[in-house]
Ligand binder design. Structure first.
Ligand SMILES: O=C(O)CCC(=O)C(=O)O
Ligand SMILES: [Fe+2]
Length: 315
């Protein structure tokens, strides 16, 4: 496969059983092959997207000392600001050429769960940044819920199989700024090749060139979305749970050609995580003679912890 298939969530949400099934088949097939789709018909309206981008730019335009004051030690970079070069892909020593922010879950109906997560960090200089971040978080979470419902049906599970695992889950909204490149980056790239940790990722901002996905043949293909599309890919947690039936595809963000070094890239992934006690053990229905169990049993919380250490975000 050398292009990313496009699907429309409105097919899944329609009353027409054929349209609903068409969506399930299309996304399931795409995730078995390339692990990515471009998705239209989600719950983000244009106004919200415009507001979010302007707030995100406002934030990264703040003086570096101000941004640094929102960098919180001891929480593995799970909330607030993470400064330039701090995160490196698993197994790579050079830091990625990016700075980013993390919005986390807004727990409103479960005090015990709320205690488990670090609090969201409020940016005092930008009242709207906090509000728009929360609204986007909740709309992407809603979009992801329906995508996971379709995948549950594809896997012959109950439609709502994932619902209780993702309600108040440990998902993260990550606005990223890749600043202009000022000097020869040597071996560093905007984002080195990696697989995502979580269940699924919903990515805003894949409209410009930069994101590349490795297909089955080992070739890097450009992943570009239409203005109204999100890129949605499978992460390692879902790949483990399905015994790699659904593929967590390696992807990267390459540096622009030299004449475009002066331009920033902004992208905003939403990493959908379940609650920490979800067992990622391989589903029985994904094991047979041809597909023996490939992964050890592990919970989502344990798996996340391992990976944050490997990324250099946690000690
Ligand atoms: O910036 C992008 O387009 C992709 C970023 C990404 O893959 C990630 O943060 O996991
Ligand atoms: Fe990624």
């Amino acid at each position: 496969m050398n292009r990313i298939p496009s699907v429309n969530l409105q097919d899944f949400l329609s009353e027409d059983a054929n349209r609903k099934q068409k969506f399930i088949d299309e996304i399931g097939k795409a995730y078995e092959e390339i692990g990515f789709v471009a998705l239209k018909g989600h719950f983000l309206d244009d106004q919200l997207v415009d507001n979010l981008y302007s707030e995100v730019k406002n934030f990264f335009d703040l003086p570096v000392e101000t941004k640094r004051s929102y960098e919180i030690e001891g929480i593995g970079g799970q909330r607030g600001y993470i400064s330039f070069g701090k995160e490196s892909a698993k197994g790579k020593k050079e830091g990625d050429l990016k700075e980013f922010w993390h919005f986390g879950q807004y727990v409103e109906d479960d005090p015990e769960r709320a205690k488990e997560y670090p609090e969201n960090v409020t940016v005092n200089e930008l009242a709207q940044f906090n509000k728009i971040g929360k609204e986007t978080y909740q709309m992407l979470e809603k979009t992801a819920k329906y995508v996971l419902r379709a995948l549950a049906l594809y896997l012959n599970l109950e439609e709502t199989y994932f619902d209780n695992y993702i309600h108040n889950g440990n998902s993260i909204l990550r606005p990223i700024h890749y600043p202009p490149i000022l000097e020869e980056p040597e071996n560093a790239v905007r984002a080195a090749a990696h697989g995502d940790i979580n269940l699924i990722t919903l990515l805003m901002g894949a409209q410009g060139r930069g994101l590349q996905v490795q297909n089955n043949a080992g070739e890097w293909i450009d992943a570009m979305a239409e203005p109204d599309e999100l890129m949605i890919n499978v992460g390692d947690m879902l790949s483990r749970h399905t015994n790699n039936k659904l593929k967590s595809t390696i992807h990267r963000v390459v540096n622009p050609p030299r004449e475009l070094w002066g331009t920033s890239r902004y992208s905003i992934p939403f990493f959908m995580h379940p609650i920490s006690e979800m067992k990622l053990d391989v589903l029985e229905s994904c094991i047979d003679e041809d597909n023996p169990k490939q992964f050890d049993n592990i919970t989502a919380g344990e798996f996340l912890n391992e990976r944050l250490i490997e990324l250099g975000l946690k000690k």
